[in-house]
Design a protein around this ligand. Structure first.
Ligand code: BDR
Ligand code: CA
Length: 318
C-alpha cells in the first residue's frame, strides 16, 4: 500500500525545505500541495509552491489554493519580522520567476475532503501553516476528515516559550480560532511544535554539503537556506530551525520521536497569550486524549538524515 500525502503549506523557506524533503520519500506519494496565507500572502504561497515543485522536477503535482486570511478577518498582510525571516518573497529573496502553470480550479478544502473520502486510511494530511484549511474542511465535512489515516501539524509550543510572543508559536498565533476549532473537533492528530523543532537547528556548515551538487535546484535551495539560517534569529550563530521538515519526518518516520504526551489542548484566542496552546482544564480527566504532542526527538539523527536525503533530491535535474 503506497501512502498518499497532502501537504498544506504557507510556503516560506522552511516549508520549501519540507516540500523538497518530502519528495525524497519514495514510499509516499505526494498527491498535492494546498496553500494558505501565513509566512506570505496566499498568492505568494501558491506562486512559491508551483515554482518549487517545477524546480524540483514535480510539475505533475497539482496545487490547490486555500485560505487567504484568518478566521474572522477579511485580509492578511505578513508582518515585517516575517519579511526578515523568510525574505520579501517568502523564499529568501531567491527569484524563481513567474509560475509556468496555474493552481487547480478546485479549492483546497474540497480537494482535501475528496481525497479523504477516496483514500481514507491511506492518506496522510500534513499541515505546516495556519490551520484554516483543515478547520474549514472539518467544518464542511467532519465525517470525511475522520477517515484520514494520519494528521500531522507543525504548530504550538507546550513546554517552551513561543516564537512570536512569550506564549505563542507562529502558525497557531496567526489563526488561533481555526486551531481552536480543529482541537475542539477531537479528531486525533500529532502536533510537532517548538518543543521539538527548536532542537533541530541547521547552519551554514550543514548546508555547505549541498554546494558542490551544482544543479539549478541545489543552487536555489542553498541560497534560500542560507538566507533563512542567518535571519530566523537575531544571532545567526543559533542557526535556523527545521520546523516544517521535522514535521515531515514525524509524519513519515514517527520513530524519530523519543518522547510525546497525549493531551486535550485548547488555544487562547485573544489577549496577551493569544495563540498559546495549553491543556484544556475542562477535559483534564477525560480518558480520550485527541492530541499527541511531541516533546523530544532524536535531533542528531534527523539533521543527518535531512541533510543527506536533500543531497539526493537536489541532485536531480540540470
Ligand atoms: C512555523 O511558522 C512559519 O513561519 C514556519 O514556516 C513554520 O511553519 C514556525 O513557527
Ligand atoms: Ca510553514
Amino acid at each position: 500500500m503506497t501512502m498518499k500525502m497532502i501537504m498544506d503549506l504557507d510556503t516560506g523557506v522552511d516549508d520549501a525545505l519540507a516540500l523538497a524533503y518530502a519528495l525524497s520519500f519514495e514510499e509516499v506519494e505526494l498527491i498535492s500541495v494546498t496553500t494558505s496565507f501565513g509566512n506570505v500572502t496566499l498568492e505568494n504561497a501558491t506562486k512559491n509552491t508551483i515554482n518549487l515543485l517545477d524546480l524540483l522536477g514535480h510539475s505533475h503535482i497539482p496545487v490547490f489554493e486555500g485560505a487567504s486570511s484568518p478566521w474572522g478577518e477579511t485580509s492578511y498582510e505578513p508582518q515585517p519580522h516575517l519579511l526578515r525571516i523568510h525574505g520579501e518573497n517568502g523564499i529568501g529573496n531567491v527569484d524563481l520567476g513567474e509560475p509556468q502553470r496555474q493552481p487547480s480550479k478546485q479549492c483546497a478544502v474540497d480537494f482535501i475532503i475528496e481525497s479523504a473520502n477516496k483514500f481514507g486510511k491511506e492518506l496522510i494530511l500534513y499541515t505546516a501553516g495556519p490551520m484554516n484549511n483543515l478547520a474549514d474542511a472539518i467544518k464542511k465535512d467532519k465525517e470525511a476528515i475522520e477517515k484520514i489515516g494520519k494528521i500531522v501539524s507543525m504548530g504550538g509550543a507546550l513546554t517552551v516559550p513561543g516564537n512570536v510572543s512569550p506564549y505563542a508559536e507562529a502558525n497557531i498565533h496567526r489563526d488561533p480560532k481555526s486551531a481552536q476549532y480543529v482541537f475542539d473537533s477531537d479528531i486525533p492528530m500529532t502536533l510537532v511544535g517548538l518543543d521539538v523543532t527548536l532542537k533541530t537547528m541547521i547552519k551554514g556548515t550543514d548546508i555547505s554539503s549541498w554546494h558542490p551538487i551544482g544543479t539549478t535546484a541545489s543552487d536555489a535551495m542553498v541560497e534560500l537556506a542560507n538566507y533563512y539560517y542567518t535571519n530566523e534569529f537575531d544571532d545567526a550563530d543559533i542557526g535556523g530551525a527545521m520546523h516544517d521538515p521535522l514535521a515531515v519526518e514525524v509524519a513519515l518516520n514517527p520513530s524519530i520521536v523519543t518522547q510525546s504526551t497525549k493531551i486535550n489542548l485548547k488555544v487562547e484566542t485573544k489577549g496577551e497569550a493569544k495563540g498559546r496552546t495549553i491543556g484544556n482544564l475542562d477535559l483534564l480527566n477525560r480518558q480520550f486524549k485527541s492530541m499527541t504532542v511531541c516533546l523530544d526527538v532524536d535531533s542528531v539523527l534527523f539533521t543527518q538524515r535531512f541533510i543527506e536525503r536533500m543531497q539526493h533530491v537536489l541532485s536531480h535535474g540540470d
